[in-house]
Unconditional design. Structure first.
Ligand code: CAA
Length: 259
């Protein structure tokens, strides 16, 4: 697939997905959102991909937000459409993917950029990364799920402060607040993502997807996460991966879930 705004490369079972508009600090315009939707949908349906590492091109930004130049003259209707389409096409698709996405935050993750990292399943960041939801400084609010996912990750009080001050926090603070799991040097960012990916890839792809669906169920309105867990747990018993996993345990060998 040929893309203009993103780069994709598969190595082994890992897909590297890089947002590639470094001159615009990888700002998310409509075209980039469409391309990410396509790449993620393809990856979701590709059994040979087990983990996706998502990052930004260049040494300055992961993603500096939605493309302000693109929406600067929008009216109410277009504003609503922008948020709705973005959430449906990209942010919800990403969150509900059947395989983990590791956001490797390599610089500014602001507005839609932080929202993209928050819709990912695992976040790691470089020491110089800066994170924030500065939308209210532009006269708008986070529109790609930021008001919801930030509060889920850091708690309502900290989310209120970050959103209303429009301020940026450091990677270290983000780690303390539970917004990112690990902070490392720029050189070690992708190797660290790869180490996490390697651990994930040893496990049952089916069980990973089932566990992710169960965790996400707790954050879905009207859905009982405990009931989803019971259903998903039960379904695992009907899979060849369950047979392989438990047989490998009895035979005192490592399970082999992938070729
Ligand atoms: N949209 C469009 N272009 C952007 C952009 C964005 N979000 N962020 C940066 N750029 C562009 C700049 O306009 C500039 O382009 P030109 O050279 O063509 O002028 C280029 O990227 C480099 O940026 P700066 O010169 O501003 O770089 P800097 O180092 O001085 O500042 C920065 C870096 C602090 C990240 C600053 O660029 C900035 O504040 N960016 C905007 C951050 C922001 O407000 N994000 C939220 C967007 S709204 C949103 O995301 C809504 C939503 O939830 C749906």
């Amino acid at each position: 697939m040929n893309y203009t705004n993103i780069l994709t490369e598969q190595k082994g079972h890992v897909l590297y997905l890089t947002i590639n508009r470094p001159k615009q600090l990888n700002a998310l315009n409509k075209a980039t959102i469409s391309e990410l939707n396509q790449a993620l949908t393809l990856a979701d349906n590709n059994k040979s991909i087990g983990v996706i590492i998502l990052t930004g091109a260049g040494d300055k930004a992961f993603v500096a937000g939605a493309d302000i130049k693109e929406f600067a003259n929008f009216d109410i209707e277009n504003g609503k459409k922008l948020a709705a389409e973005g959430q449906t096409k990209l942010f919800n698709v990403l969150e509900n993917l059947s395989k983990p996405v590791i956001a490797a935050v390599n610089g500014f993750a602001l507005g839609g950029g932080l929202e993209l990292a928050m819709a990912s399943h695992i976040r790691i960041a470089t020491e110089n990364a800066k994170m924030g939801l500065p939308e209210v400084s532009l006269g708008v609010i986070p529109g790609y799920g930021g008001t919801q996912r930030l509060a889920q990750l850091v708690g309502r009080g900290k989310a209120m402060e970050m959103v209303t001050t429009a301020g940026m926090i450091t990677a270290e603070d983000a780690k303390q607040w539970g917004l990112v799991n690990h902070v490392t040097t720029t050189e070690n960012l992708i190797p660290l993502a790869e180490k996490i990916a390697e651990k994930i890839l040893k496990n049952s792809p089916n069980a990973i997807s089932a566990a992710m669906r169960s965790i996400n169920a707790n954050y879905t309105v009207g859905v009982n996460g405990f009931e989803v867990e019971i259903e998903e747990f039960g379904k695992c018993f009907g899979t060849s991966e369950f047979i392989e996993g438990t047989t490998a345990f009895m035979e005192k060998r490592k399970a082999n879930f992938r070729d």
